[in-house]
Design a protein around this ligand. Structure first.
Ligand code: 5AD
Ligand code: SF4
Length: 474
């Protein structure tokens, strides 16, 4: 078997998809497939798709149109190409996609990646149009090998670990409970083992992932159920682990242990992404969020008590069915009250099959746009003000890679801000004190201890966030 076949994975959407794409590469590696930077010369192209907001499926179909041309071109050169669609659009479209886009050789839902080698073998043997979207009873995590250490090192000093998948909350606007299925928590030992392996290979920062990460309730080896808080305390003991994060949380699941962990564990970074979606209790009820604004304010207050410097982030939806101008004003008021370090905001997008799609009183597109503009202006202002509070401060920065300019590296602050600084190559993978000398809306610029050279303000530099496909990150 040839060992230099090429695999290209295009990832859309959330960090969980990023993690899943890495796992897909891991399971296909023993078959001789190595990751490639582009689809042009790939023997397998996989689109790992996201279904969270509008036009997701349409985007995939138009990408498949481009891939059809590529496949034909390679065929003229005597080369074959396997085209796969993975992720939530594959799950949602199923058979329909195979009928509409015969270029697709295989469709695989988010719970079935461990079946990829088997599917690829079948395709190499001449089969086509394979579909694997049923949620299998067996746990995909059990069947996916751990990444080898050279693959871990190549991915850099930060890593994701999925601890929980799926959602049982059923917010009325959201497709996740349908595409990712019901809540599942990985066993404690598996997570600790994976974290140990990553840190032994040089990873410094781990972000625990879950659609509802703080609903985590995995079992340990003697069958006890652990909360996310308890898991964090245990992970903080892993040798070499310097930073811990988790995302995405639900306000109802912010229990006392988890909040206490923020006060007790220096490894737990002072940043919390806690979506509220709306500042109106009436809308929260219609969204079936199962919490009020009062509960949210209370969580934030308790969190700030144990970790006064915590940077807060959230998701907002404007123009949910029935949202009046008073409801929207309540959202603006909540944003003013909380004062976010950053946030993500979206126009409500009707998702087929979700309860909100059938609600009366859908809000007009132009009203949604106006509200989004107004909300984003406020959030941008808050993000800028937060960044300004960092000016002149010395922050520990984990350098993750090359900056845009020669001699410059990029890293991230405890508050998840991208930071640019002139620094030697060997600082990649290390945490260094950096004095912040300039701030932009999206990033900071600084100089490393002892380095007095003038550093220009760098711009841009987005950090991946969960479910951010098409999102307006402020
Ligand atoms: N329309 C708009 N935004 C949505 N989100 C989820 N579903 C929808 C939808 N139908 C947003 C929510 C969620 C984030 C991941 O995506 O704000 O927190
Ligand atoms: Fe679950 Fe989050 Fe979707 Fe609500 S918004 S249904 S909590 S994934």
């Amino acid at each position: 078997m040839s060992n230099n076949k090429k695999l290209y994975i295009k990832t859309y959407g959330c960090q969980m998809n990023v993690y899943d794409s890495e796992r897909m590469a891991d399971v296909l590696s023993p078959l001789g497939y190595n990751l490639s930077e582009s689809g042009e010369d790939a023997d397998i192209v996989i689109l790992n798709t996201c279904h969270i907001r509008e036009k997701a499926a349409e985007k995939v179909y138009s990408e498949l149109g481009r891939l059809k041309k590529l496949k034909n071109k390679r065929l003229e050169q005597g080369k074959s190409t396997i085209i796969g669609v993975a992720g939530c659009v594959a799950q949602a479209e199923g058979e329909e996609m195979l009928n509409r886009a015969p270029v697709v050789d295989l469709l695989v839902g988010p719970q079935a990646y461990h079946r990829l080698p088997n599917l690829i073998n079948k395709i190499e043997a001449g089969q086509r149009g394979l579909l694997e979207v049923d949620f299998p009873a067996e746990d995909k995590f059990e069947n996916i090998p751990a990444a080898e250490s050279d693959r871990i090192i190549a991915r850099g000093p930060t890593a994701f670990v999925t601890v929980q998948e799926g959602c049982d909350k059923f917010c009325t606007f959201c497709v996740v409970p349908y595409t990712r299925g019901s809540e599942f928590s990985r066993p404690v030992e598996k997570i600790i083992e994976e974290t140990r392996r990553l840190c032994a290979a040089g990873v410094k920062e781990i972000t625990l992932l879950g659609q509802n990460v703080n609903a985590y309730h995995g079992e340990n080896s003697v069958g006890e159920s652990w909360s996310l808080g308890r898991l964090l305390y245990a992970l903080a003991e892993v040798p070499g682990l310097e930073r811990l994060r988790y995302t995405t949380s639900h306000p109802l699941d912010m229990d006392d242990t988890l909040i206490a962990a923020h006060g007790d564990l220096p490894q737990l970074m002072p940043y919390l992404h806690l979506p509220i979606q709306s500042g109106s209790d009436r809308i929260l009820k219609a969204m079936n969020r199962k919490h009020t604004t009062e509960i949210y304010y209370d969580v934030i207050e308790r969190m700030r008590k144990v970790r006064p410097d915590i940077a807060l982030s959230s998701d907002f939806i404007v123009g949910f069915p029935g949202e009046s101008s008073e409801d929207f004003a309540a959202t603006m008021q909540l944003v003013c009250d909380i004062d976010y370090a950053q946030a993500f905001s979206f126009k409500y997008s009707s998702r087929p099959g979700t309860p909100a799609a059938d609600m009366d009183d859908q809000v007009a597109e132009n009203v949604k746009s106006e509200r989004l503009t107004e909300l984003q202006a406020l959030l941008r202002q808050q993000q800028q003000s937060f960044n300004k509070t960092c000016l002149g401060r010395k922050l520990p920065v984990l350098f993750t890679g090359q900056g845009r300019k020669l001699g410059q590296l990029i890293g991230r602050s405890p508050y998840l801000q991208p930071v640019h600084a002139d620094a030697p190559q060997e600082f990649i993978g290390t945490i260094q004190d950096v004095e912040v000398i300039a701030v932009g809306v999206n990033s900071l610029s600084g100089q490393c201890e002892g380095d007095r050279t003038e550093i220009e303000l760098a711009s841009g530099g987005q950090v991946n966030q969960p479910f951010r496909e098409g999102a307006t990150a402020l």
